[in-house]
Write a protein that binds this ligand. Structure first.
Ligand code: IPM
Ligand code: MN
Length: 352
């Protein structure tokens, strides 16, 4: 298969981990006889430095012509002055909206090999496998904003059709999994949450009768995620709750460095990125865990290119490296390998 992938390494550890994902994609190309055209583009802080915009026109064009986009990370202290004209995070939000990638899938699972890395007690961590479906281009992130010296406002809006389309994504995933959706909201306080609750209920009753739906208030969800994580299958949430809950849930895995994500539009197009940030404190030190972006590359192959076997080859290679006790520093403080060594170990599992 021939396909085009746009790479946005971004800032901080973004370029280091992206290099490792490229290594893995090249190993897959060779092993399975595909041809991936990998085009680099500027994005985030580095794009602000070079062009004045975090999401310049040339990058927009390269993203739109590609089959999928693989992103490292954006942001850093250099660009975090709140009075600056623009910020890397603005590029991220503009890109999500411009590309219409409304469905953010974040897969949180526990690895038996990493059970001791989690700050959560081991008894809670058997076989956790949660797929978060976060609405990504609506809600309070994109509503009207006002910022004056002594007053500020963020508007949260959702329409029925926005809620229906994200519910559909969650339902299709739940059907391939354990058939359950937990929808998170604050229907005891927010009007958008009340609409969310009634639309998800009606939509699933009409179109997916076999799916079990439970509603949960966001504050309660933060507790239940830690005390009975095994009860969750698909978690459906709006933009803000989904952002917060997925960072929390990453603790179950043991390291945020392990977690991939996919942000999808309707036509299988997607932006794939690890959920960790740009970690400027460890930039250039070869300490970053490349598994998050490598597993994101696996999601890219599975969801945008339909290459399931190849995606499984990556997932298995990561597991096998963990079985061998090869860890980056976020997973083992005493005995760890560099970012490059981790990438090499995973690549060699694919090629062998
Ligand atoms: C994420 C990030 C972003 C978000 C930030 C960087 C704008 O936290 O992808 O989860 O809040 O969506
Ligand atoms: Mn976040």
């Amino acid at each position: 298969m021939k396909s085009e992938i746009t790479l946005l390494p971004g800032d901080g550890i973004g370029p280091e981990v992206t290099n490792e994902a490229v290594k893995i994609l090249k190993a897959i190309e060779k092993e399975f006889g595909h041809s991936f055209a990998l085009n680099h583009a500027l994005f985030g802080g580095i794009a602000i430095d070079k062009t004045g915009s975090p999401y310049p026109q040339e990058t927009q064009d390269l993203c739109k012509q590609a089959d999928a986009v693989l992103l490292g990370a954006v942001g850093g202290p250099k660009w975090s002055d709140p009075t600056a004209k623009t910020r890397p995070e603005k590029g991220l939000l503009d890109m999500r909206s411009d590309l219409g990638v409304y469905a953010n899938l974040r897969h949180i699972r526990t690895y038996p090999q990493l059970i001791n890395c989690s700050p959560i007690k081991n008894d809670y961590l058997d076989d956790i496998d949660i797929m978060f479906v976060r609405e990504l281009i609506g809600g309070i992130y994109f509503g009207d904003k006002v910022r004056l010296d002594d007053y500020a406002k963020d508007v949260c809006e959702y329409s029925t059709s926005e809620i229906q389309r994200i519910t559909k994504v969650a339902a299709n995933l739940a059907q391939q999994r354990r058939g359950k959706i937990t929808s998170v909201d604050k229907a005891n306080v927010m009007a958008t949450s009340q609409l969310w609750r009634s639309v998800t209920t009606d939509y699933l009753e009409t179109n997916y009768k076999n799916i079990e739906l439970e509603h949960m208030l966001a504050d309660a969800a933060t507790m239940h995620l830690l005390t009975r994580p095994e009860d969750f299958d698909v978690v459906l949430a709006d933009n803000l709750f989904g952002d917060i809950l997925t960072d929390e849930a990453s603790l179950l895995t043991g390291s945020i460095g392990m977690i991939p994500s996919a942000s999808m539009s309707d036509d299988n197009f997607g932006v794939y990125e690890p959920i960790h940030g740009s970690a400027p404190d460890i930039q250039g030190k070869e300490l970053a865990n490349p598994c998050g972006i490598i597993l994101s590359a696996s999601m890219l192959l599975r969801h945008s290119l339909g290459l399931k076997e190849e995606a499984s080859a990556i997932d298995n290679a990561v597991e096998s490296v963990l079985d061998d006790g090869i860890f980056t520093v976020d997973l083992s403080k005493e005995n760890f390998v560099s970012t490059v060594a981790m990438g090499n170990a995973i690549a060699s599992k694919i090629s062998s």
